[in-house]
Design a protein around this ligand. Structure first.
Ligand code: PA5
Length: 425
């Protein structure tokens, strides 16, 4: 992975953060900053529960051998990471013996009814994920899924088709798991939802998808090794974090995540949650937004080039796509494309990126930072997840906010519960 900040910030401006970075890096390592009881993710890539990982891999194989569909039921941090990794690694149109469907992330009657209809008569298992065990979107979907499952295979067999990831001791879901005897995995006390993709929250569904979750942890462990230091000169994770802070303080309140891979779009959704929920508080924080180019060059591209100068770009570019296609020859050349004959789409995509970068930086005056990934695989993705989580902690502490709470989210829930007539609201 490489970071190029040359079109975003001067080196001297990065260097001006040296002392702050030293102090905050120590705060992260000593666990002495705001929200310090939620820093379990920092050492997780080496401290993860090895026994549980073995169980996850074994159970995942069972799911692959015995079911046609896995429904992953969760929301927010209990949903976005697994979906992002699944799409990034397997693509948007893949064939596998196990289909994965996400549910529990919406109250939409259309979506919920459509999924239930689709599952009717099919051989499916459920992975319900909720740290609190009480999130309403997830709970309603889980209740409906269970009802369908039990009506199809009976209560006894359904116990072998339900896998839960939740707190080790607390919450309604944990109580139900104890009573019903579902297989459970733990979301540790000191890891919050949006920092949990490398725990069972992400690893169980990804292992079920046949992905190498050990390689993902190995990638994250390497990132921890590379970024757990105050050496701003060489630490690209912290260089990225301070450049975000610099942009925020110099008239660029919006960070636009850019990808040229449609199968990376969900990664940008994960990023929006990671940064938005961690930093957007006390009337502070960058607004994270995202686009998928070149698709969105025919949509938001106009705004990025010529609109209000609010934003800077963080571009995630994959250098070596796993698959490629050559533009064929056509004798008639009616579409005028023979000048591209024999060229592959990776080349065309790269030229679109280079042309856009030049347009946005030179003509549009939009600062752009570039993160290059060699290729999409489990190891590199684990590395990338850790890079962003650590950068997020650094840049939230630079803003002097607690990265690990989300007090604002509670307000909608209170109002909704009151309107729904929940007892005590
Ligand atoms: O990042 C977070 O903590 C949140 O997005 C949670 O993951 C989300 O609200 C779901 O919560 P739970 O896992 O308790 O159902």
């Amino acid at each position: 992975m490489q970071l190029d900040l040359s079109k975003l910030i001067k080196k001297s401006d990065v260097d001006s953060y040296k002392e702050q970075v030293k102090v905050i890096n120590k705060m992260i390592d000593d666990k002495s900053g705001k929200g310090n009881d939620f820093l379990g993710w920092v050492d997780w890539p080496v401290n993860y529960d090895k026994e549980e990982l073995g169980r996850i891999q074994k159970d995942a194989q069972y799911v692959r051998d015995h079911f046609d569909i896995l429904v992953v039921c969760g929301i927010g941090g209990s949903y976005l990471g697994a979906r992002a990794a699944l799409e990034a690694l397997k693509g948007l149109k893949y064939q596998d013996s196990l289909e994965i469907i996400f549910m529990g992330q919406t109250f939409s009657p259309n979506y919920v009814a459509q999924v239930l209809k689709y599952l009717k008569g099919k051989n499916f298992a459920i992975n319900v994920i909720s740290k609190s065990g009480t999130t309403t979107e997830t709970s309603i979907s889980f209740r409906l899924l269970k009802e369908l499952l039990i009506s199809q295979i009976g209560k006894e067999a359904s116990r072998k088709a339900i896998y839960a990831t939740t707190d080790k001791a607390r919450g309604a879901l944990k109580t139900e798991c104890n009573k019903e005897g579902y297989a459970t995995y733990v979301l540790p006390d000191d890891i919050g939802g949006r920092f949990s993709v490398l725990t069972a929250v992400g690893l169980f569904p990804l292992a079920c998808a046949g992905l190498d979750v050990q390689a993902m942890l190995n990638g994250a462990a390497q990132a921890r090794k590379d970024f757990d230091n105050e050496d701003l000169e060489n630490n690209i994770c912290y260089q990225y974090a301070v450049s975000r802070d610099y942009m925020y303080r110099h008239g660029k309140p919006v960070e636009l995540f850019v990808t040229y891979e449609p199968q990376f779009t969900q990664i940008t959704e994960w990023l929006k949650q990671l940064f938005g929920e961690s930093e957007g508080k006390e009337k502070k924080g960058l607004l994270p937004d995202s686009v998928t180019f070149s698709t969105d060059l025919h949509s938001l591209g106009q705004f990025v080039q010529d609109g209000s100068p609010l934003l800077f770009e963080t571009i995630l570019f994959v250098d070596n796509p796993n698959e490629d296609i050559v533009v064929p020859h056509d004798d008639e050349d009616l579409d005028g494309l023979n000048y591209l004959e024999g060229k592959n789409l990776a080349f065309v995509n790269k030229k679109a990126f280079e042309g856009t970068l030049k347009a946005h930086t030179e003509d549009g005056g939009v600062p752009c930072g570039i993160i290059n990934l060699d290729k999409l695989n489990e190891y590199n993705l684990g590395y990338l997840f850790y890079f962003f989580m650590r950068a997020c902690a650094m840049s939230a502490y630079l803003l002097d906010v607690n990265p690990f709470n989300q007090p604002g989210v509670e307000i909608y829930k209170k109002n909704m519960f009151h309107l729904l007539g929940k007892k005590g609201y």
